[in-house]
Design a binder for this molecule. Structure first.
Ligand SMILES: Cc1ncc(C[n+]2csc(CCOP(=O)(O)OP(=O)(O)O)c2C)c(N)n1
Ligand SMILES: [Mg+2]
Length: 339
């Protein structure tokens, strides 16, 4: 884990890691497993053509969303991207409302109007998901400015992919957030790709870590497959922000396993190698943590199976709920439209 100058000592992070309670470990593991199983279910049912929206799955990236989401309070606000399911579930989102949204049903978290790429639910602090790359970032900045002016002690989180770094709005937002000392956590999930293009073909040969530094924003760079590292780093980042030190940047190394958009594997297209994929797959965040918890006897093979079974049942209930829910009424089609 790499800490930039100006951030606090690593010891406080190590202490937090050591004192991670059994129930916290279990909660982190359960949530990662739930994201994995939910998204695998979406993938396996996608070809039934009842989910009539594009889906961007986070399979392989579960530790990033879970570690961040679990460190936040319910009042903290999250602004997400096209790859939002995991962010929502880790923020305490309702699984049935999410699946119903993806199925376009009136019971979805935004009434079936948005689908997978627009998941939002202000009740749990999921303020928006925006598929235009980089565009959720200024929303998080505006929200942080508004909360600061109103005296609300809330942190706004801007999730971004590695491609958002290439958008002008990221730099304008980072500049303004630092200048105004805003309580913003930038979370960059660097999965190396923007659709089919590797970061080395899109960005000059410098580390992303140099970018927040150039804006004077403290940062932590950590293994996005290590759930405890992500969780502890986020707690550290939040400590720093809540001490009114302004924005913080968290860089998480991760990898998406399936195609950019859709349920399939696409290594056969040739934009990345099977070997690279396998190397990342070996770092499977769910499997790594399962092994760790088994070794520490926090779970057993039996309790793990029971947990998996319970999550599967919850998933079945959510899909049944979605499929049995009505579509929105035609008369409501122009509600919430501002044009
Ligand atoms: C401004 C803009 N340009 C292009 C696109 C098309 N597009 C959708 S997702 C995506 C890749 C984004 O990559 P990244 O931010 O790294 O997130 P990831 O998909 O890897 O999670 C692109 C180019 C878009 N939605 N918005
Ligand atoms: Mg990416």
């Amino acid at each position: 884990m790499l800490l930039s100058k100006g951030s606090r000592s690593v010891n406080c992070l190590a202490n937090k890691l050591m004192t991670l309670e059994k129930k916290t470990s279990l909660a982190l593991y359960s949530n990662m497993l739930k994201i994995r199983l939910v998204e695998e279910e979406i993938a396996s049912r996608y070809n039934e053509q009842e989910m009539r929206c594009p889906v961007h799955l986070s399979i392989g990236q579960e530790a990033a969303a879970t570690g961040v989401g679990f460190a936040l309070t319910q009042k903290d606000k999250v602004f997400s991207t096209h790859r939002s399911h995991a962010h929502y579930l880790a923020k305490g989102g309702d699984l049935s409302k999410m699946i119903a949204e993806i199925y376009g049903r009136a019971t979805g978290c935004i009434g079936g109007r948005g689908g997978s790429m627009h998941i939002m639910d202000p009740e749990v602090g999921m303020m928006a998901s925006i598929p235009i790359v980089g565009s959720c970032i200024p929303l998080a900045i505006g929200s942080a400015l508004s909360d600061t002016l109103d005296g609300n002690p809330v942190v706004s989180v801007a999730y971004l992919g590695d491609a958002s770094i290439e958008e002008g709005v990221f730099h304008e937002s980072a500049n303004f957030a630092k200048l105004s000392n805003l309580p913003v956590l930038f979370v960059c999930e660097n999965n190396l790709y923007s659709v089919y293009t590797h970061i080395s073909e899109r960005q000059p040969p410098r580390l992303i870590t140099s970018i927040p530094e150039a804006h004077g924003i403290p940062m932590v760079h950590c293994d996005g497959n290590d759930i405890e590292a992500v969780y502890a780093s986020t707690l550290r980042a939040l400590d720093n922000i809540r001490s009114q030190n302004g924005p913080f940047f968290l860089l998480l190394d991760t990898y998406r396993w399936r195609e950019h958009c859709g349920p399939n594997f696409d290594n056969d297209l040739g934009y990345r190698s099977e070997q690279e994929f396998m190397e990342w797959k070996m770092k499977d965040p769910v499997e790594q943590y399962r092994k760790k918890l088994l070794a520490k006897k926090i779970i057993t093979k039996e309790t793990d199976l029971e947990l998996t079974d319970n999550i599967q049942k919850e998933i079945t209930v959510a899909f049944d709920f979605a499929k049995n829910s009505p579509f929105p009424e035609l008369e409501t089609a122009i509600n919430h439209v501002y044009a």
